[in-house]
Write a protein that binds this ligand. Sequence first.
Ligand SMILES: Cc1cc2nc3c(=O)[nH]c(=O)nc-3n(C[C@H](O)[C@H](O)[C@H](O)COP(=O)(O)OP(=O)(O)OC[C@H]3O[C@@H](n4cnc5c(N)ncnc54)[C@H](O)[C@@H]3O)c2cc1C
Length: 386
Amino acid sequence: MTPVYDLAVIGGGVMGLFTAYYGATPGKKVVILERSRVGDPQTASFGLTRSIRNDYLDPLYAKLAFAARQLWLELQAQTPERFLIECGCLNLAKADITPALEDTYAEQSHQVLTGLHLRTQSFTRQGLQSRYPQFDADLGRLDVEAGVLYLPVITQTLLAALHSHGVTIEERTIVETITPHGREVRIQTNLGERRARSLVVAAGIGTNAVLDRIDGCALQFPILQDRPSQTKYFIPPDNQRDLFVAGTLPVFAYLDVGVYGHPILEGRTPGVKIGYYNPPDVQRIKTRIASVEAFVEECMPALRGARSVDVKEVDQCSYDLISDDNFILGLLPGFQNIAVGVGWRGTGYKFAPLIGRTLAELALKGRSEHAINRFSPARFVSADVG
Ligand SMILES: Cc1cc2nc3c(=O)[nH]c(=O)nc-3n(C[C@H](O)[C@H](O)[C@H](O)COP(=O)(O)OP(=O)(O)OC[C@H]3O[C@@H](n4cnc5c(N)ncnc54)[C@H](O)[C@@H]3O)c2cc1C
C-alpha cells in the first residue's frame, strides 16, 4: 500500500531541500522527487560558494535577505562545521569608471540599507586604502552582515537533518503525470505512483516541464536562462595569500560594471573567485571594464600577475531569470495545495531557507506569513499559453 505523504516536493536543489526541511514537522511525512541526484553539479545549487548579502536596491529584497539570514544563523547554530563566513560585502566604485559616484550601486544600496537600519560602513579612497589595501577605488560601502556561504557543508547539514526527520528522498525519479484527485495529488513516476496531500514544485529551470505534467494546468512562466560570461579563480602567490582570505578580504562587487567576487576560503576554494555578468535586461554602461581581467587591472592591483583559471567543475548551471525580474513564489493558480517557486535570477541561494519555509507553509496551510503578493504566480495567468 503506497503511503500518502503530507507533502511531496519536486526538485532536490536548495529550494526543495529547505522546503522539505521546514515541511517535515513532527508527524508530517515528506518525500522529495529528484530527476537526477541531490548534489548534481549541473544544477544551480551545487558549487562551492554563494554570496549572502542584504544590499539590494529594492527594499523588499533587502528585507527578505535579512530575514533569510536569521534562518541561516539558526541552521548554523545546529552544526559544528561553519558554512556561513561573515566577512561582509564591499560594494566599490571608481570615479574614472563610473563618474557619478552618487548614482552607483554601492551608494544607492547603502542608502537602502541605511533606510532599513541595517549595518553598513562607508569608506573614502583613504579609508579603503587603510582597511582594504587590495582595492584601488574611490568609494566603498560595506554591507556588514553579509559574507559567503560554503555549499558542501550546507548540503551535508540539510541531508543529515532530512534523514533524521524521516524525509524520503527518491533520486532518478521521472515525473510522468500529476493528477489532482479530491484532496490529494497523484504523481505517476517511472518508479510507480506517489500520493500526497500537497505538492511543491521547486524544479528550477525544469519548472515549466513539470507544470506541463499537471492535469488542468496550462500555465507556463517566462523563464529565461542566462549565465555569467566569465568566472575565474585568481590564485595569488603563497606569500600574498593572507591578503585574500575571508576575513581579510570581504565579498566584493562593482555591480555597475557587472563584477562580483568571493575571497579564498582556506582549504576549501583554490583562489579569489571573480565573475563578470551583465543581465540581458539591464542597460549596460560602457566602461573600460569588460572582463574580470580588466577589473583586476583597474581596481584590484594586488591581484595583478596572479595565475587565473576558469571555474569549471562547479557553477555550470544557468540563472533562471523572469521577464519582470521578480521571484515567482505562491500557490499555483487554480490549485489550493500546489505551490511553486522559481525565477531566482542568479541570486536565490541566500534566500533559500525563507523560500523553503514559505513554500512549505503555502502547500501545507494554503497561506504564508510573509508579504509575497508581488511574487504571485497569478501575474502570468493572462500570458497563459493554454
Ligand atoms: C553560477 C551561479 C552562481 C550563483 N551565485 C549566487 C550567489 O552568489 N548568491 C546567491 O544567493 N545565489 C546565487 N546563485 C543562485 C542560486 O544558486 C540559485 O538561485 C539556487 O541554487 C536555485 O535553487 P533551486 O533549488 O531553485 O534550483 P536547482 O538547484 O537547479 O534545483 C532544481 C532541482 O530540480 C530538479 N528537477 C528539475 N526538473 C525536475 C523534474 N521534472 N523532476 C524532478 N526533479 C527535477 C533538478 O534536477 C534540480 O536538482 C547562483 C547561481 C548560479 C547558477
